[in-house]
Design a protein. Structure first.
Length: 287
């Protein structure tokens, strides 16, 4: 909806004129691979209990080392007169560090931390749509909307329970299954530009500002809470950048680039944060 409104506003503001019938749509396909180092963290505050009858202050955190290899395919084309790009990407499922820890603040002063801190099986996929709807000083300015879904499965592991009064730590092995589904919806503004470096080389840059980023985390414990799941949400600001150098070779273009991104939550009590950096290679059809 955010992107659609932006397109309609820009089209309404554009000068009217006559033009011939549009030619057949031309689609340029590309494929890429990116090795990304990424860390994801969720933090949510609410009232809960560990060993008291009444609710006490409590928060839970989940964090993952989401470093992985992303494989992507994309199509560039014209949509309603705008330069459009649709992209889909996925990762293989990998075993990686991950934790799910609850912290309780009991009235006695005892601080209790309970949960797992080990390994998870993690995989993700993402889709996005980009529309470049105007130009400014050589930059194409537009809007984007995207969706990402990640699933983490916690294998059998030790549940750690730590107390501060008196200081103690207990470890209990559990086979209870836990699954978390993380979904991220993002929307905002994009900018992109390219500069020729001789006859065959080109430098390209892109930046995204994503003020409408929403992270949702659903936790499922089917053995402990059959048929129930807990969902928490956080709003955040995201930013992403890419710098690439590419060369045209016999009807195709090959490129190498570097990426970086981050997400910063608006509220500390409901937080979704990520940091990532990567290197990528891609091949694009003749354009």
């Amino acid at each position: 909806m955010f992107s659609l409104i932006a397109v309609l506003v820009c089209q309404a503001a554009a000068p009217s004129g006559t033009a011939g019938p549009p030619g057949p749509p031309r689609v340029v396909l590309s494929g890429g691979i990116e090795r990304r180092v990424e860390h994801v963290r969720y933090h949510f505050t609410d009232a809960s209990t560990f060993d008291t009858a009444a609710l006490v202050p409590h928060f839970f955190e989940q964090s993952y080392d989401a470093s992985n290899t992303w494989i992507s395919v994309a199509a560039d084309y014209r949509l309603a007169g705008a330069a459009a790009r649709t992209e889909a990407a996925f990762t293989p499922r990998v075993t990686t560090p991950g934790s799910d820890l609850d912290t309780f603040f009991d009235p006695s002063g005892d601080v209790i931390v309970s949960g797992t801190d080990g390994l998870v099986r993690l995989g993700s996929f993402a889709v996005s749509e980009r529309l470049g709807i105007t130009t400014w000083h050589g930059w194409t300015i537009g809007v984007t909307v995207g969706y990402r879904r990640s699933r983490a499965d916690f294998p059998p592991d030790f549940v750690i329970v730590a107390h501060t009064i008196p200081p103690s730590t207990a470890r209990t092995f559990t086979t209870d299954h836990e699954t978390t589904i993380a979904q991220v919806v993002e929307s905002g503004f994009i900018g992109g530009a390219g500069w020729r470096l001789g006859d065959a080389w080109r430098l390209r840059a892109s930046v995204d500002a994503l003020p409408l980023t929403r992270g949702l985390l659903t936790v499922s414990l089917p053995q402990k809470y059959p048929g129930q799941g807990t969902t928490a949400a956080a709003s955040a600001f995201g930013a992403r950048g890419r710098l690439a150098i590419e060369r045209r070779l016999d009807g195709v273009t090959v490129g190498l680039g570097a990426t970086c991104s981050g997400v910063w939550s608006y509220e500390p009590s409901s937080a979704y944060r990520t940091r990532s950096a990567g290197v990528m290679a891609y091949v694009r059809g003749g354009d």
